[in-house]
Design a protein around this ligand. Sequence first.
Ligand code: MRU
Length: 348
Amino acid sequence: MVRLKTIDWVDGGVKIVDQTLLPLELVYERIDTVEQMYLAIKILKVRGAPAIGIAGAFGCYIAIRDYPETGSCNDLLELLVKNGDYLDSSRPTAVNLAWAVNRMKHKARDLAAAGKVADVKKGLLDEAVAILEEDRAMGRAIGEHGAKLLEGVDAILTHCNAGGLATAEYGTALAPVYVAAEQGKLFTVYSDETRPLLQGSRITAFELQKAGIPVVCICDNMAATVMAQGKVGAVIVGADRITANGDTANKIGTYGVALLARAHNIPFYVAAPSSTFDLTLATGKEIPIEERDETEITCGFGKRTAPVGVPVFNPAFDVTPAALITAFITENGIARPPFSESIRDLVG
Ligand code: MRU
């Protein structure tokens, strides 16, 4: 089965799939500077919460890679913190980015205590690679738990792209689909197009088709009809940040899908690794929501579809209240309501 590597460490540099070019072209790009990495995250060449966490970690290493070994550990730490904060400022909603950058800072502080610049540098590369490998393992584990949970279901609906292209390999929402396929069961995946940037039709449909998994594209406003016609047995989405009570930020439109699933009595699952849970926030009201450029709505992919000068509201994410979520699928197992307790027990 083809599973594309959306981000990897190859020959001393980061190799990413430029996701802005999908599905027309599959182009790999090499990232060698912090500025390139910041821009790649900002303009969604690399996107999806776990993938931008991995990107942030490698960006931190790139920032200190050429620091002279004759320099001081304190100055190296300062350089790392400055560049880590810069990378972290590229996108505010997915907590995986801040989580990975913080992990790199902590690692650097621990290693700097011994006073050897060369050891700090090597340790930071190892840490970034570990973040990538752990994400791959978490995706696989999510897939195994999710595949069991979905026994008896033949078709699912997903929103945006929480697949391999958003993570180190398996994805989160699509991980159960990939694991089930390895076990000989093929789900049909209804993929919401996901306005305005079309991650569902450009990216989810692309990666599922490449993997040989049946996928059906629908416009976002068709999800209700698909549910009413009994075409899907469950909804699975990914997440950008989950608060202590289970409120979940994910791609704009997810909240509406959750409401539709509730109206049709269809289970609504959120699949996410522990790095996406932010237990420092009590509820979803505290999650910072990214707002993006108005041209994504008025002039998407270069074609004007709204009058010049019309006011636009373009939040990139929404928050689905915990009450609409049936369960969370994590690498450590399934969290069911009451979420404040089950989330703390599984990923606290
Ligand atoms: O703006 P994007 O494309 O980065 O948004 C991505 C999503 O909302 C995903 O569903 C989420 O990051 C989970 S990816 C496993």
